[in-house]
Design a protein around this ligand. Structure first.
Ligand code: IPM
Ligand code: MG
Length: 360
């Protein structure tokens, strides 16, 4: 099979981690008899510097022509003072919108090898964490109109709109239910229905969609309670589905409690366009260019790319196994290092995964 992938390295540690991920992709492709066709595009600050805009048309076109997109990270202090429409983050939001990537899958799992790095109390960590956050990605407050700045009684004021259509809610709920069927068959829909009209509609639609999945259990939870339960009893969650901003916040929380933000991948999927795969963490400008970044979240994003982008389950599982082997060898990048581990850099960690792949 020909795997055509458009790589968008972006900013900060983006270029280092995507370089490692490319090598892993080449290695797994070679091992399973596939060919890789890579294209590269500019996004974020790198695109601003080169072209004056965070998402050049050429990048969107290159993504559209590919079978899947692999992204590093965007943003950094260098571009912090730009107006919102020109900031690196607009590149990321723009590509999600342009490709119609409404479903963001963010699995947060506690790797047994890294249990010592978890921020949870040991007895809570012992119960395990295996949550799939399904975040709506192209609606809600992020994109709702009207938005902007105005003047109220002579004073500046700003506003955004949280709006969802029934169809937008239904399609993300379908993604959550379908995912739950492959897992522990539980969906927790998170909203703020005690306050927000948009959440009341969300809850109604969720309940309606659930009728099509009688084998899956649906519960509803207010977002503030969900934030609390995620640290109090994370093992209670299987699939957590929610709107864009709530999902942004809760997915960082879910990731952080595993103690290994540098390990967690994500997939953003649309109805038909190529999916986009990226680590959950950001561009970490403070450690960029030092070869100390953890490439494993991006490597595991390659696994998601193989699984969801190309339907290659065995290949995806091989990458995941190779990562576990590297960890079992005691290799750790600085962010996940604990007593007794061997601290390696970004490139060396990538080489270890590539070497491990031979046996997977
Ligand atoms: C994320 C990030 C982005 C978001 C930013 C960089 C625009 O926080 O992917 O979670 O808010 O969606
Ligand atoms: Mg975020």
């Amino acid at each position: 099979m020909k795997l055509s992938v458009c790589v968008l390295p972006g900013d900060g540690i983006g270029p280092e981690i995507t370089a490692v991920a490319e090598k892993v992709l080449q290695a797994v492709a070679a091992r399973f008899g596939h060919t890789v066709e890579l294209a590269h595009g500019l996004i974020g600050g790198a695109a601003i510097d080169a072209t004056g805009t965070p998402l050049p048309e050429a990048t969107v076109a290159a993504c559209r022509q590919s079978g899947a997109v692999l992204l590093g990270a965007v943003g950094g202090p260098k571009w912090d003072d730009l107006e919102p429409a020109l900031r690196p983050e607009k590149g990321l939001l723009g590509i999600r919108k342009a490709l119609g990537l409404f479903a963001n899958l963010r699995p947060a799992t506690l790797f047994p090898e890294l249990a010592a790095a978890s921020l949870l109390r040991p007895d809570i960590a012992a119960a395990g964490v295996d949550v799939l956050v399904v975040r709506e990605l192209t609606g809600g407050l992020y994109f709702g109109e009207p938005r902007g700045e105005t003047v109220v009684d002579g004073e500046r004021a700003a506003f955004n709109t949280m709006i969802y259509r029934e169809k937008e809610i239904a399609r993300i709920l379908h993604v959550a239910f379908a995912a739950a069927r492959q897992r522990r068959k539980q969906v927790c829909s998170v909203d703020k229905a005690n306050v927000l009209e948009v959440s009341r509609l969300w809850r109604e639609v969720a309940t309606r969609v659930a009728l099509e999945y009688p084998d899956v259990e649906l519960t509803h939870m207010y977002v503030d309670n969900a934030a609390m339960q995620l640290v109090r009893a994370p093992h209670l969650f299987d699939v957590l589905v929610t709107e864009n901003l709530f999902g942004d916040i809760l997915s960082d929380e879910a990731a952080a409690i595993t103690g290994s933000l540098g390990m967690l991948p994500s997939a953003s999927l649309g109805a038909s366009s190529p999916g986009l795969f990226e680590p959950i963490h950001g561009s970490a400008p403070d450690i960029a260019g030092q070869d100390v970044a953890n490439p494993l979240a991006t490597v595991l994003s390659v696994a998601m790319l193989l699984r969801h982008g190309f339907g290659l389950e065995a290949e995806a599982a091989a990458v995941e196994r190779a990562v576990r082997i590297a960890l079992r060898q005691g290799l750790r990048t600085r962010d996940i290092a604990t007593e007794g581990s061997t601290v390696v850099g970004c490139t060396a960690m990538g080489e270890a995964v590539v070497a491990a792949l031979a046996a997977c």
